[in-house]
Design a protein around this ligand. Structure first.
Ligand code: NAD
Length: 363
């Protein structure tokens, strides 16, 4: 049965820690949690871009406490967890870019694997019931490009360092959950979602931020992999899934571990050129050109699709927005940033509250 709304009663007053709150998805997650009445704390690096969601959404003001800590530093991470005493932890802090993972594979594995292990250990030592949502990626799967959507039972893998580190984070999470004693009340779930877009992302090497960066520089973006299919989705859709997953892990008796995909409808799993074209239809001054011969800076997967039936069957989750609605909401954000920045705060609040009220129900 589909849950049409996020359970506001559950979240009211819950002590929640978000790692990676200065990032794109972390910022939006804090906005959702704050709107739901949770007591939200943040832990991340102090690396937010000036025009991103953290700065423009004034995320800092929404937090009960904020900690600029490297998750590779176990002692300090443990100290913060003991201070905050979270009941729910969303672990999003990561090296999140394939391109940067080639530049520094060692640091990528340190942050994404050892950092995840440190977060799990910090939760474990709290010795009360904690639900931990470890956010990995659709790229955690061994991808043989068969074209079939991945299910949670498929093998972990990853060729580039980012994908491999996310596959490792999955294996570490499952094994740590398996090694918990009967008395330990930590519940670990992993969330694998696809390529997410929405307002306030400026990460390099991602299609939508790159398109808007090119627009600001009055350039045309070079599309090297126009045929690559990705499970694109609006940022609030998978985040809603993470909220439902955390509640599920917290409430289901004896739960130790589970992995869940959160992807768009199969019909919305489109290629790079199709998505860029949808944005250009909305904002004609966005420019791009295709040059497949320029490809080959580093290996990228061609086809990546997700099967999200498990999230629907267990949680009642499915994406709410059509691709057109997702593109419109994203464009609304960037247009305001470029032309009428004073409206941005209102647009962010409206997008969050209307999303939670299901004003955009595509089903
Ligand atoms: N955006 C996407 O399309 C997408 C898709 C699949 C999975 N993911 C995953 O979702 C999560 C969030 O992604 P995002 O797009 O918001 O990434 P982002 O790069 O915008 O944010 C990353 C966050 O992690 C923090 N961080 C990085 N290294 C850290 C460290 N050593 N110690 C503490 N904090 C650290 C940063 O400060 C930032 O807050 C990541 O785990 C990413 O791998 C993202």
């Amino acid at each position: 049965v589909e849950n049409l709304v996020v359970d506001k009663e559950f979240w009211l007053g819950k002590r929640v820690l978000v790692t990676g709150h200065t990032g794109f998805k972390g910022g939006w997650l804090v906005l959702l949690l704050h709107e739901l009445g949770a007591e939200v704390h943040g832990l991340a690096l102090e690396d937010a871009p000036p025009f991103g969601i953290y700065a423009q959404g004034r995320i800092s003001n929404l937090l009960i406490s904020e900690h600029f800590v490297d998750i590779c530093d176990l002692k300090t991470t443990q100290k913060i967890f003991k201070e905050v005493q979270p009941e729910i932890v969303f672990h999003l802090a990561a090296e999140s870019l394939v391109g940067r993972s080639y530049g520094d594979p060692y640091q990528t594995f340190l942050t994404n694997v050892m950092g995840t292990l440190n977060v799990i250990k910090s939760c474990q030592e709290l010795r009360f019931k904690v639900a931990l949502v470890v956010v990995t990626s659709d790229k955690c799967y061994e991808n043989q490009e068969l074209g079939r959507p991945f299910a949670e039972t498929d093998s972990m893998g990853g060729f580039d360092p980012y994908s491999a580190s996310k596959g490792c984070a999955e294996i570490v999470s499952r094994s740590m959950a398996h090694a918990l004693s009967e008395k330990e009340e930590l519940r670990i779930v992993t969330a694998r979602s696809g390529n997410v877009f929405g307002g306030g992302d400026w990460n390099e090497g991602r299609l939508i931020p790159d398109l808007f960066r090119a627009l600001r520089a009055e350039n045309s973006l070079l599309l090297r992999h126009p045929d690559s299919i990705r499970p694109w989705q609006f940022v609030l859709d998978p985040l809603k899934g993470y909220l439902m997953l955390a509640k599920y892990a917290f409430e289901v008796k004896g739960h130790k571990f589970g992995a869940f995909n959160f992807g768009p409808r199969i019909t919305d799993q489109i290629n790079v050129l199709e998505l860029a074209t949808l944005f250009k239809l909305r904002i004609p001054s966005l420019n791009f050109r295709v040059d497949v011969d320029a490809a080959g800076t580093f290996h990228e997967q061609g086809i990546l699709r997700l099967n999200s039936e498990k999230a629907f069957n267990y949680l009642g989750w499915r994406p709410k927005l059509t691709m057109e609605q997702s593109v419109n909401l994203t464009c609304e954000w960037y247009i305001a940033l470029m032309h009428e920045q004073s409206l941005l705060g209102g647009i962010i609040s409206k997008q969050v509250s209307e999303y939670l009220d299901m004003k955009y129900d595509a089903t």
